[in-house]
Design a protein around this ligand. Sequence first.
Ligand code: ADP
Length: 451
Amino acid sequence: MPGVPLRPSPIRSPLRRAWQLSAWRLAAIVLGCLLLGFALGQPWPLLALGLAAILAWHYLQLRTVLGRLNRRERLEPPEGRGVFAELTRVLHDRQRENRERKRRLLGTLRAFRQAAAALPDAVVVLDRREQRIDWFNEASERLLGLSYPTDIGSRFCNLVRSPRVTAWMESGAGEPLLDVQGTGEESLRLSMRLIDYTTEQQLLIARDISKLLHLEQVRRDFVANVSHELRTPLTVLHGYLDMLEPEDVPEWAGMLGEMRRQSGRMTQIVEDLLTLSRLESRDSLPLETVEMASMLASLQGEAEALSAGRHCIEVVDSAGVDLFGSHKELHSAFSNLVINAVRYTPAGGAIRVEFSLADQGGAHLCVVDTGPGIAPQHIPRLTERFYRVSTSRSRDSGGTGLGLAIVKHILQLHQAQLRIESEPGRGSRFCCEFDSAHCRIRSADAVDAAS
Ligand code: ADP
């Protein structure tokens, strides 16, 4: 019926029943003692005796329960009734629930450990302070040569014994470390990653990348071999085409011109591919002081020759330092940027080469033009091989699509960055950013020669 409040059901809780039973028992004992006391003519001493007996019984019960809890004994379900039986029942239920929860947690933990142990990658749990090993999975034994239980508690760097790994971990291991020699087979190559997963612990993951590196090597060798094999036939073809004079067969003049252009383009592609393969196969370059005054003068000369007066070309040198790197490769990278600027900037545009000190240390060489600019979606992909914003424009300008890939590789070998800023219709800015380790104070002779 609407409007009539529901009455609580009259079921009594076991706790309430136990309290009531105990109260009745107490009342019965008090009454019994008084009746017996009156019958014997000593009611108060008998009441005191009865109450003392009740107190002693409660004390004993309390002692038993506390003793069992203290000994972490497993409590049995109680048999009697009353408050102490109820207390034992509540404690027994809590114990059972806790055991159940612990079993579930242990099961989950075991499942996680089993999953981590079954991973094909090496997983090592390290303490963050000293990087000592807390736990590792089976794959760590195979890939990193760890052995259980002797290596638990040892410092990871002492066991792996690789100066590269030690330096990487000491520097904070921000980026993954590639191509680390694993234990066992000579060809085993690993990539390592360090993840901070609690405030106390770190997770080190080492993955076998030998197959990946092998495939990469096969790809590099293939490109290098194909380019190398194409070089000779192209030289022969080019030679014969050069021998044919268009004046001898005037009706073939157009065709001959196109054939020469295309074979020249192919030769350039092959040369660029070989340059890329050569750069990719190296980890470092022989370094020397690169005099920037003469480098900038040579870049200006190249730009002016290619532009043939169609652009306004300016070179600004405010850095006052020289670079420390490979002269040949740096010249190739900078001239690629300058040639691109001349090629893509329409006649009447301006090209500026700036060599300046960076605010945060190091030096920047920037090539700035007022050309067509590049839409933002193309910028991150410009250094990919054969990536072109406009295929036709690049072909018309004689480009191979490999120039910026070469620039990126050369800069990587100098631990430098290529930063590209551009706005369609307003021009582009290609900056090579060098750190202070690759800069040298310019010598007085070089300053005199430049002035
Ligand atoms: P390409 O040999 O085709 O010039 P690059 O790798 O040197 O190859 O350049 C990749 C693409 O970047 C070019 O096809 C061109 O579209 C674009 N690009 C490079 N430099 C400039 C520039 N200064 N202005 C406008 N676009 C440029």
